[in-house]
Design a protein around this ligand. Structure first.
Ligand code: 4NP
Length: 151
């Protein structure tokens, strides 16, 4: 299974989701390909936000190798499951994909935890460091649900 995590900047939320799900998939012996991308270009080429790296490292997960990239039309071809970490991201994925947008592949990430609720992972970018702890806990629980729902 090929899974893509998508947020706005690809520096705060989706890098955590990529790192956490990759870690859990390995622990479960699942041979999944996991990547992440953003719908905005501001941070392309950058490492994950230092607070995202810090909260992952505190939980034994290294995400420092990641570099931000934009979500592109070809991602609809290259991935089986595309997770939008927030509602605005879901809409942008459809807009970027245009006629190639296969929205059957696109799901609200948090629906794995609360089916049909269409909840968003809050954007921690403009907030304080403790926001990254909240985001990490939400992502961690949701990644457990992804493993449980798909293996
Ligand atoms: P992310 O957070 O989508 O979780 O990576 C953001 C990062 C940067 C910006 C917005 C959200 N920004 O506006 O630069």
């Amino acid at each position: 299974m090929r899974i893509l995590m998508v947020c706005l900047g690809n520096i705060c939320r989706s890098p955590i989701a990529e790192g956490v799900l990759r870690h859990k998939a390995q622990q479960h012996g699942l041979n999944w390909i996991i990547d992440s991308a953003g719908t905005e270009s501001y941070h392309v080429g950058e490492q994950p936000h230092r607070f995202s790296q810090k909260i992952c490292a505190a939980n034994g997960i290294d995400i420092s190798y990641q570099r931000a990239r934009m979500f592109v039309k070809a991602d609809f071809k290259n991935y089986d499951l595309i997770y939008a970490l927030a509602g605005d991201v879901y809409a942008e994925i459809g807009r970027i994909g245009g006629l190639q947008a296969d929205m059957k592949k696109v799901h609200y990430f948090m629906n794995e935890l609360n089916a049909g609720a269409n909840q968003s992972v809050p954007d921690p970018y403009y907030g304080a460091e403790n926001g990254y702890e909240t985001v990490y806990q939400l992502i961690d629980k949701t990644c457990d649900a992804i493993i449980a729902n798909h293996q």
